[in-house]
Design a protein around this ligand. Structure first.
Ligand code: PBG
Length: 325
């Protein structure tokens, strides 16, 4: 059937018809909202390169989490800014660490909100790398023990899901074993499985104060050019026991989201990262883009590519907009 018998425009005639044949629908259920938690009380430290996002002390993070939940967003992911950084990232797995305190405070006030924790040492180490540095190198196996310890301390504080983002080999297995040995066999792992060494993390490093003090992350994060390797990374994490796998960043890696979706029957997350957010905010501030429209277009594209969950700084704005429609 072809023109004039078939006219695709017939079903685009008005919003009702378009609504009926729409293939991809984004909902607040899909979102995970990142929160940056810092020490102190009534602290709200805006992130210059991420308008609308701030480091929050626990009291304000709890308020924010409540708002997120009321907007229909089911989960937050927490990043912590420690009081002190050291070579072993000690605060990452301290019972009194910023994240451990934040988890307890949020779960106490909003028990139904899923609290996911980012498991990585970069915010906590003095050198800013995601693992233990031994003789100038990020040591894989020494790091695994610390990541397992960190995950366990998050679970003990009441985290619902742990999300390792360090990209060390074998971390999912190490974390799974540590959780299982301590009676946390029901805590899921959402692994940042295909995480690329990306320039789009720039604003996040300001937000989390986690810029590496020497070198870069290319010896552990993936080369942006590699898609087949992304499949091996995902396969490994699935074998090691990941419950949800993630592709990161999202927008420049839609092909990888799609490929992972087709190959694996496991929930797929995508991280719409800080740089993707900053670009839209910056262009919108200058009047160069319509913010709400491109925000929804991007989130729809990520879902259309195959993501089930979207980690996004737009979660609140998008949920609010969806609530109005
Ligand atoms: C920690 C981590 C990073 C992000 C999430 N977890 C930064 C990095 O790897 O340098 C980036 C998130 C974003 O840019 O929004 N390893």
């Amino acid at each position: 059937m072809y023109f004039p018998a078939y006219r695709p425009r017939r079903l685009r005639k008005n919003e009702t018809l378009r609504r009926m044949v729409r293939e991809t629908k984004v909902s607040a259920d899909d979102f995970i909202y990142p929160l940056f938690v810092t020490h102190g009380r009534r602290v709200r430290k805006e992130i210059r390169s991420m308008p609308g996002i701030a480091q929050l002390s626990i009291d304000l993070a709890v308020k924010e989490a409540k708002e997120v939940f009321q907007l229909g967003v089911p989960a937050v992911i927490l990043f912590g800014i420690p009081k002190r950084k050291d070579l072993r990232g000690s605060e990452a797995y301290a019972r009194s660490g910023i994240i451990q305190q934040a988890i307890r405070a949020i779960k106490d006030k909003i028990p139904e909100l899923a609290v996911i924790t980012d498991v990585c040492l970069c915010e906590y180490t003095s050198h800013g790398h995601c693992g233990m540095v031994i003789q100038g190198q990020v040591d894989n196996d020494a790091t695994l023990k610390l990541l397992a310890k960190m995950s366990l301390s998050h679970a003990e504080a009441g985290a619902d899901i742990v999300a390792p983002s360090d990209m060390m080999d074998g971390r999912v297995q190490a974390i799974r074993e540590a959780l299982d040995q301590s009676g946390f066999e029901d805590i899921p792992i959402m692994s940042y499985a295909a995480k690329h060494a990306s320039g789009f993390y720039g604003p996040f490093r300001e937000a989390a104060e986690s810029t590496p003090q020497f070198g870069d992350r290319r010896s552990y994060q993936m080369d942006p050019a590699n898609a087949r390797e992304a499949m091996r990374e995902v396969w490994l994490d699935v074998q090691e026991g990941a419950d949800i796998i993630m592709v990161k960043p999202a927008l420049p890696y839609l092909d990888i989201i799609r490929a992972v979706r087709e190959e694996f029957n496991i929930p797929v997350g995508a991280y719409n990262v800080s740089g993707e957010y900053a670009m839209i905010k910056a262009a919108a501030q200058r009047g160069w883009l319509e913010e709400e429209r491109v925000m929804m277009e991007v989130l729809t594209a990520i879902k259309r590519a195959g993501a089930d969950l979207i980690l996004t700084y737009f979660a609140k704005d998008a949920a609010r907009l969806l609530g109005r429609q």
